[in-house]
Design a protein. Structure first.
Length: 67
């Protein structure tokens, strides 16, 4: 599942995000969602989240939804 719809992403979901510094290369970072930062219901480049380790990026893929 891609990360463009806010309602698909939950706190605790395991996701792949792209960090701002990695947008050109497309390198993905795995982590668990701590906070959802985008308030809009949809975003074409991905919903912005903060991972439990403090990294911030846009969700590219939802790997596992823990709910």
């Amino acid at each position: 599942m891609d990360g463009t719809v806010r309602s698909d992403i939950k706190i605790g979901s395991f996701v792949n995000i792209v960090l701002k510094k990695d947008q050109r290369s497309g390198e993905l970072t795995e982590g668990i969602v701590k906070r959802i930062l985008t308030s809009a219901p949809k975003h074409h480049r991905g919903i912005k989240v903060m991972l439990d380790d403090g990294q911030v990026g846009r969700v590219q893929e939802i790997i596992e939804d823990n709910f």
